[in-house]
Design a protein around this ligand. Structure first.
Ligand SMILES: [Zn+2]
Length: 271
């Protein structure tokens, strides 16, 4: 089956140092399990060069963006670096730029940072995110979005921009109602290893009730290690268990689910 070979982990930080010692072996293992690759998300200007080198070396799709945890001290130089990197990426054929991200808003982080004296962290997150929404609009790129404790504000903000390709709310863990609001506005939900946690009842309901077309699978490796794992490090191989769980919840075969989820990722990222 050709489609299963295109099976993509839609979110894995395989460029992080956690994988420096066994990246080659891991990619071989992924191929053996018909996982055709993963999307490498951008998190900061400092991280992009290594990520792009790894994307080129292994022919992996990647995204460019600034994560709210890597909030720059100065907004303007960071945005001009991003603009330059995007210009560079769209004119290069060495590896495929598939999205802008990961970017977004994290209210939990903002609260913690405010407690540590960074009172305007939330306002700076908002400013950084809005500039990235403008860039996604300009470059017509789908977005990979990190959204923690901020779905109301996020939905309102996304509606303000013309983003025909929309994107994915990565690592989704909200309610069915919120999931439906995103899906009805054209956004997909990134489902990861949290689904393997028996406590994750809200997420199970999302997977049971939303159309399969609304879902993408992802691992967020090396983080978000599922509770069922015996290794502290998460890897893209986890998507096999996530897909099996989706199939079980939907009472469909693994092959059917794999095919639909692969198509969703191909459609969104035009990969
Ligand atoms: Zn991530």
């Amino acid at each position: 089956m050709s489609t299963t070979h295109r099976l993509l982990d839609s979110h894995a930080h395989l460029d992080f140092a956690d994988f420096d010692h066994d990246r080659d072996a891991l990619l071989t293992q992924m191929q053996q399990h018909c996982i055709g690759g993963c999307v490498l998300p951008g998190v900061s200007p400092e991280q992009w060069p290594k990520m792009r080198a790894i994307a080129e070396q292994y022919q992996l799709p990647y995204a460019l963006g600034i994560h709210p945890w890597y909030l720059p001290n100065e907004l303007e130089p960071a945005i001009s670096a991003l603009t330059q990197a995007l210009d560079d990426a769209v004119s290069s054929s060495a590896a495929k730029l598939v999205a802008l991200g990961e970017c977004g808003l994290d209210k939990l982080r903002a609260k913690r940072m405010a407690e540590q004296g960074d009172a305007d962290n939330w306002m700076r997150q908002l400013a950084l995110f809005e500039r990235q929404l403008q860039l996604a609009e300009h470059y017509q790129l789908p977005l990979i979005i990190h959204a923690v404790q901020c779905h109301g504000a996020m939905l309102e903000l996304l509606a303000k921009y013309r983003l025909p390709r929309a994107g994915v709310i990565h690592g989704f863990s909200g309610s069915v109602e919120i999931a439906q609001q995103y899906w009805h506005s054209g956004w997909r939900l990134g489902i990861g290893g949290l689904l393997l946690n028996p406590q994750a009842k809200k997420l199970r309901a999302v997977v049971e009730q939303l159309p399969l077309a609304a879902l993408l699978v992802e691992t967020d490796a090396p983080d978000m290690t599922p509770v069922t794992s015996d290794s502290p490090r998460n890897t893209p191989l986890t998507i096999l268990a996530v897909i099996a769980e989706i199939a079980r919840l939907r009472k469909l075969s693994v092959v059917q689910v794999t095919e639909q989820l692969s198509n969703n990722a191909i459609q969104l990222f035009d990969y």
